[in-house]
Design a protein. Structure first.
Length: 447
């Protein structure tokens, strides 16, 4: 009978209920044919999978513009609250855009559109206004895209979308006024008024978007948690490509990213120059750790939300952590070897060593072996897994009938690696071949 190699039994009460002569079936190498009895006990069916410890959330704070890290208000290991100010970037370019937008807003608020030049002059003025609006929108979109705080980025993009919609309305009104002027339906003053309104809206929106970009230079924690300086990437030895890039003087002018040199702290110090997207720090929420396990497709249908299991970590040898299934992904992942698996997400509880002492809290990313209890049978008729054979597509065991071997079809229930549940075909206490079943034939004398 074939079974998944990923399954193991966690509780083998049946072994202790078998007569002494069946000890070979409970861990000792059998010699020839051994007869014992079907037992009664508990069988746990376990699905085993590899995985890794996960944090509840993490967010990297990056610079939204080129400039200088003017203030770094936290240190590595500090605990911060969501929304707390953690750093401030000084960006002359962003401040210059805000100053220019303020000047344009003052100019648009103080005067109207010259009436000279006829319809062509109005068309040219409207086109310049549209071009200025497009430039402001593009700069705002670029600034928003560089922000890693998802909530703040959504706010800025929503502000940008609303500004576009509002400007589109006033621009179309100005265009309609110019067309009416060309047909002689509207007066010059009406066209001037409509175009002036469009210019004022454009200038005000450009200012507000530039102001939002400057406000975004005050960096806030995206989640509550513990501070880790720098980003989340690996900082191992640089590759040959990285070393070549570092050795190339042109890299400084072409914008080529340079890898950190060995022995140099990758954290960005206060006062350092930063570019758009430079990782300043990462906040990791470790308040509720979890585990993401990759369960093979042959086992995943047995895993249900709410199920329980245990987790063992390479980093805490001998410790066992309790875990509970939160969700099973619907879409698969494909391993490098081509197998199909599904991600199972678990909540991770506290761990203990065998002597009852508390195990240390793990860290995100640590390797884990997960054993999920997918089915359990209590007070069940049990036999050693080696007692079950496959014959003509059915599961069978060899029963002792008056000292002679007789093939008996059985229906299996919960299946562990060492002990399986027999649902029908046998009763507890019935004598069966528990080892060496492949050496038995019908009618053979049994010991």
């Amino acid at each position: 009978m074939s079974r998944s190699p990923r399954r193991a039994t966690a509780l083998l009460l049946a072994c202790v209920l078998l007569p002494p002569l069946t000890a070979a079936s409970c861990g000792h190498e059998p010699s020839g044919v051994t007869v014992g009895t079907a037992g009664r006990g508990t069988v746990d069916e376990i699905v085993e999978a590899s995985g890794a410890v996960t944090a509840r959330a993490a967010g990297t704070v990056t610079s939204p513009a080129e400039g200088t890290l003017a203030e770094l208000r936290v240190e590595a290991g500090d605990r911060v609250r969501k929304g707390q100010v953690v750093a401030v970037v000084d960006s002359p370019a962003a401040q210059k855009r805000l100053d220019s937008a303020a000047e344009a807003l003052d100019a648009a608020s103080g005067g109207g559109v010259p009436a000279g030049g006829g319809t062509a002059g109005f068309v040219a003025a409207r086109q310049r206004t549209d071009a200025n609006a497009d430039k402001a929108f593009a700069e705002a979109r670029e600034a928003a895209a560089a922000i890693t705080d998802e909530a703040l980025r959504k706010v800025l993009l929503a502000q940008l979308a609303a500004a576009r919609e509002q400007y589109a309305a006033v621009s179309e009104a100005a265009a309609a006024a110019v067309r009416s002027l060309d047909r002689g339906v509207a007066s010059v003053s009406q066209a001037v008024s409509a175009l002036s309104a469009a210019q004022r809206v454009q200038a005000r929106q450009a200012y507000e978007l530039a102001e939002a970009a400057v406000d975004a230079l005050t960096l806030r924690a995206p989640v509550s948690g513990v501070v880790q300086l720098g980003g989340t990437g690996a900082t191992g030895s640089p590759s040959l490509t990285d070393l070549i890039a570092n050795a190339d003087p042109a890299a400084a002018t072409t914008g080529t990213a340079q890898a950190p040199l060995p022995g140099v702290d990758v954290a960005v110090p206060e006062g350092a120059t930063v570019g758009t997207g430079t990782a300043i720090l990462t906040v990791v929420d470790t308040a509720a750790l979890g585990v993401a396990a990759e369960v093979d497709e042959t086992d995943v249908l047995l895993v249900k939300p709410g199920g329980t299991g245990t987790v063992e970590l390479d980093a805490a040898a001998g410790a066992t952590y309790e875990a509970k299934v939160r969700a099973v992904d619907l879409l698969p992942t494909t391993s490098a070897r081509g197998g199909v698996s599904y991600r199972v997400r678990l909540s991770l509880g506290k761990g203990k060593y065998a002597d009852g002492t508390a195990a240390p809290d793990p860290r995100p990313g640590m390797s884990a072996i997960v054993r999920l209890r997918v089915r359990q049978a209590t007070d069940a008729v049990t036999v050693p897994a080696g007692a079950v054979q496959s014959s003509d597509g059915r599961d069978v065991v060899w029963a002792d009938r008056g000292g002679k071997a007789e093939r008996v079809p059985v229906t299996l229930g919960v299946q562990g690696e060492d002990v399986v549940q027999v649902v029908t075909g046998l009763d507890a206490g019935q004598r069966i071949v528990v080892a060496g079943a492949d050496q038995v034939s019908a009618g053979q004398d049994l010991p």
